[in-house]
Ligand binder design. Structure first.
Ligand code: HPA
Length: 271
């Protein structure tokens, strides 16, 4: 993804958005899609019209950027994420995130589904990501040049934004866990031995997204907040076997509370 493509895409996006100038982008993961319905005065731009955005191939979802207001705050909601496990490349969302940064977005709110490594954090629970483990050791910045690629990741998940999200959850009466998210490439789920390793490494949750996008966002100068919905206990922790269908079903069941939390968090971030 070269800089010219991003610049051109950002110019086109600005033109499509007209007077709208979202400062916050919200990237929707599994279970979080009903958030799109919360956007008022929405204008939709399909990813297909945005050159730097990925072409989505799985799940039958075409990919849609919806700009408007949630709780009075200007946002751009991105429904559709291309995962690293589809191609083996971690930079699938790089063009999209860089376009947002070039269009005036300053803050990326990420959402995802994840498995729990903490016996007390059950399916349906919501977790604020405090930090991550890049277990895959892949980077969306492979191929970048210059000193800027050596991105400081010591506060990748902005402490101030996390404090605001925590306060918003407390005010809304929504329990919010906080912990470390381990990124695995997938698409296969983990083995019980891998989960024991991740727990020993200090992870509370495991998932197949979020981390590459956080790295790109930090490289592009965006601040990041990330929320995960726990859809299952990780492999080997309980008798159940894991499946994508189960992940999606649990995510759907938990989405009402997740949407409530996200709306409250966006209001707190926009204030
Ligand atoms: N492992 C990896 N990714 C996931 C899981 C899991 O258990 N649940 C939801 N996404």
């Amino acid at each position: 993804m070269n800089d010219d493509t991003v610049t051109r895409t950002a110019a086109h996006l600005k033109q499509r958005l007209g007077a709208r100038a979202p400062g916050i982008a919200v990237l929707l993961g599994s279970g979080w899609s009903p958030v799109s319905a919360e956007v008022q005065d929405a204008v939709d731009v399909p990813y297909a019209d945005l050159e730097a955005f990925p072409t989505l191939t799985v799940g039958g979802h075409p990919g849609l950027l919806r700009a408007g207001r949630i709780g009075g705050v200007e946002v751009a909601v991105l429904a559709g994420r291309k995962h690293a496990y589809e191609s083996g490349h971690a930079d699938a969302m790089a063009g999209a995130i860089r376009t947002l940064a070039a269009s005036g977005v300053q803050l990326l709110v990420q959402t995802s589904a994840a498995g729990s490594l903490d016996a007390t954090m059950r399916p349906g629970a919501l977790m604020l990501i405090s930090d991550h483990l890049n277990v895959a050791q892949r980077s969306p910045l492979f191929g970048e040049t210059g000193d800027k690629r050596f991105v400081d990741m010591s506060a990748a998940y902005d402490p101030d934004l996390r404090a605001r999200a925590r306060a918003a959850a407390a005010t809304a009466g929504i329990p919010l866990h906080e912990g470390v998210y381990a990124w695995v490439m997938g698409p296969q789920f983990e083995t019980p031995a891998e989960i024991r390793m991740l727990r020993a490494f200090g992870a509370q949750a495991v998932g197949m997204s979020t981390v590459p996008e956080t790295i790109v966002a930090r490289h592009a100068g965006l601040r990041v907040l990330a929320l995960s919905m726990i859809t299952n206990m990780a492999a080997g922790m309980e008798a159940e076997t894991l499946s994508h269908a189960h992940t999606l079903a649990t995510a759907a069941a938990g989405s009402e509370r997740a949407v409530k939390l996200l709306v409250a968090a966006i209001q707190a971030l926009g204030a």
